[in-house]
Design a protein around this ligand. Sequence first.
Ligand code: TYM
Length: 333
Amino acid sequence: MERVVSGIRPTGNLHLGNYFGALQNFIKMQNTHSCYFFIADYHSLTTHPNPADLHQNVKQVLVEYLAAGLDPEKSAIYLQSDLPETAEMYLLLNMNAYMGELERSASFKDKVRTQPENVNAGLLTYPVLMAADILIHNAHKVPVGKDQEQHLEMTREYARRFNKMYHTDFFTEPTAFNFGEKLVKVPGLDGTGKMSKSDTGMNAIFLCDDDKQIEKKIKAAKTDLGPQGENTPFSPEIENIFALFELVSSKETINYFKLKWNNGEEKWYGEMKKQLITDMVSFVNPIRQRIQELSKDSEYLSKVARLGAEKAHESGAETVRKMREIIGFKKFY
Ligand code: TYM
């Protein structure tokens, strides 16, 4: 059975981008693949969270994984830091990762620009830690959003390099995966690129948002002055709104509003936003309710995390043991 690995950084509540870029695929794959889904708590240290926030954010992602439909009996659901062999593998892979390629990675360049006061070595070697997460279970497929594509290319490169250096075919070269075939980028509500957590929280719809918050955010989402004629291409703002429709609404609904755009009709954006609010609320509501229930069940959460850690250890420790052997470490005792 093909192996699947993926993770999400615990830096706050999960939003629709995380769901449709990653989590939705996790849920589908757990019935047909051997799956390892983790919470990337080592990765989140690059931004220096305080201990209480770190724990709360890890708990939130665990709860949201389960609320969205991950099944701890089918998949290994675990904390990255509960598989400390990941850190050893990161060290070993770092020996074959080069400064130039790490400095050229788009996410590193982005961080240098946006947080010049905290350009730590963890940020530079972030893609190597990701490769360790993936290769530690020798994964075939990695469900991720479009923004992670370059990291997956680097993972493949590290797998290839290790195999070449030690004349082995030990590592599989894993590929980024989405059920819709193309990796997705869910746009933000404020019209600035991808959906992500912004300071105001108005750019993203979170899985734990209540009806009022969803309504407020969609009402505030940017639109334009209306179609400027018949059959014109969508403006970027309206393209964003339709991208959100595609996630949660039926084909009929989408076609109904597309027709209005194509006919160059005036004054239907109010109706359109009302429909998007209704469909978004029906999508988010059941997940939010499960989030609320699961958050209170500490005993269940600890059972899930323990089971996940055991499953991850069984697979990961064995990979690192074999890797040590290939590299040439031998015990004297
Ligand atoms: P992170 O935590 O930023 O995001 C988690 C997942 O959500 C996807 N995503 C999106 N997809 C589509 N549209 C969006 N607007 C959007 N925003 C986020 C991301 O592509 C990702 O799949 N480095 C990773 C975590 C990680 C990881 C790994 C992933 C660590 N080790 C090993 C896969 C395998 C990250 O920071 O994702």
